[in-house]
Design a protein. Structure first.
Length: 95
């Protein structure tokens, strides 16, 4: 079940518990403070799976919780993880 307002609430609460500003979280994710603000207010209709995964890791929130609130299925998540892994492997070869 998609509940973007609840997703935003969970992210905001976890961010505040970690004593991070929206800008600091945005910097860690390579997105703007405004993007974090939109996410926290439920205004991002289709949050990226890789961003949800990164947020979960930074804020110590269960990934499954964020996926469920965003309406992400396990197959969606698996596909996104494979794409992320492939991108990481190609970046390692460049360096």
């Amino acid at each position: 079940m998609v509940n973007l307002e609840e997703l935003g609430y969970v992210i905001r609460e976890a961010r505040e518990q970690k004593k991070l500003t929206q800008a600091e979280l945005g910097n860690r994710l390579s997105v703007s403070r405004a993007t974090i603000g939109l996410l926290e207010t439920g205004q991002v209709k289709y949050p990226r799976i890789d961003m949800l995964t990164a947020i979960a890791g930074i804020l110590d929130v269960p990934t499954a919780t964020l996926y469920q609130l965003a309406g992400v299925t396990l197959s969606d998540a698996g596909s996104a993880q494979m794409q992320w892994l492939a991108s990481q492997l190609s970046e390692d070869r460049v360096e």
